[in-house]
Design a binder for this molecule. Structure first.
Ligand code: SF4
Length: 216
């Protein structure tokens, strides 16, 4: 695959970035993964390219409030939602208490690898404002490890940009946001953050781990 990533993407509107990816690779060759901690990526993608498939990685440990947002957005935007779950032999257990790397591997990394198999580009919601580990996230770059182009349409958006987008489009808000959860993953590994803490400090709190293995 030979794709030139145009420099103008750095200053493009997120919807234009999604449209560029659909044109460059073909919509059937894209995977859009959404964590549903907010509605922005889902709304951007579904309005830029109506009918585009949105993938949810269901680890079996999503907060009920996250599932509520999934259901709300699916109805509101008539989403073409694909839910990718762990392999059938993976059932709810207590692995997260003893080995978070192994747990993330079977519930996130392996399902993602299945979801992106054979695809040419992977669109994600990661932003530079998420925290230090994502501060240099490009809008689009070749992901050598995964052998596809990783596209981050929201990379340049600030927290204020996100809040304004939600307000302008009258989108539902994750109920845990008001309770201090500024980064939301699985319930066993997510806590609210204190004022002044990094947004992702509530993920795997007490461990050195800062990423689940998807965005490495
Ligand atoms: Fe398991 Fe926690 Fe990783 Fe979710 S975030 S897959 S519960 S270790």
């Amino acid at each position: 695959m030979s794709v030139t990533i145009p420099p103008f993407l750095d200053t493009s509107h997120p919807a234009d970035v999604v449209r560029w990816a659909a044109d460059a690779f073909g919509v059937d060759n894209l995977v859009v993964t959404a964590s549903f901690e907010d509605a922005v990526l889902v709304h951007v993608a579904a309005t830029a390219v109506p009918g585009i498939e949105i993938t949810l990685l269901d680890t079996q440990y999503l907060f009920p409030e996250t599932q509520w947002l999934v259901d709300e957005l699916t109805k509101k935007l008539d989403l073409n939602l694909r839910v990718v779950r762990p392999l059938p032999e993976i059932v709810p257990d207590n692995l997260w208490q003893s080995d978070i790397e192994a747990c993330c591997n079977v519930r996130k990394v392996e399902p993602l690898n299945r979801a992106i198999a054979g695809k040419q580009a992977w669109l994600t919601g990661i932003r530079r404002a998420d925290g230090p580990t994502r501060a240099n996230a490009p809008v689009a770059a070749y992901d050598v490890g995964r052998g596809l182009v990783k596209v981050n349409p929201l990379a340049a958006l600030s927290d204020d940009d996100m809040a304004l987008y939600v307000q302008l489009h009258d989108l539902p808000v994750h109920p845990l946001l008001d309770k201090g959860y500024f980064s939301i993953g699985c319930w066993p590994c997510t806590r609210p953050t204190a004022p002044g803490e990094d947004k992702r400090a509530g993920r795997w709190s007490g461990n050195a781990k800062t990423e689940c293995g998807l965005h490495v």
